[in-house]
Design a binder for this molecule. Structure first.
Ligand SMILES: [Zn+2]
Length: 104
């Protein structure tokens, strides 16, 4: 209940005005728990020499059933997402995430 609220207030100041932060909003496929994960575009991307862009693999665990999810994202040279895949979870929008966390 209160956990998401405290997380939100914890993360909110960082999210604002940080051009290197990318937020991923995901949902656990097993229990449906929503999750917000911060990615540092400066430090977490690996160069993909084949495409000239970047790759990111990110593992995350939800706090309800502790499923380990794995996201794989591809970026172009401008660090815009061109492809995204998710193992054991699915991507949701920020609006969906906020609706789901406000429910409680
Ligand atoms: Zn779960």
């Amino acid at each position: 209940m209160g956990l998401f609220d405290s997380l939100k207030s914890l993360f909110a100041p960082q999210a604002a005005g940080d051009p290197n932060a990318l937020w991923l909003y995901v949902k656990c496929k097993r229990c449906g728990a929503p999750l917000a994960v911060r990615v540092d575009l400066r430090n977490e991307l690996s160069a993909d020499y084949e495409s000239g862009g970047y790759i990111l693999t990110k593992e995350m665990m939800d706090s309800k059933c502790f499923t380990l999810m794995r996201a794989e994202l591809r970026f172009d040279a401008q660090r815009k997402i061109t492809e995204q895949k998710m193992d054991k979870g699915e991507f949701i929008t920020r609006e969906e995430y906020e609706t789901m966390t406000n429910d409680e």
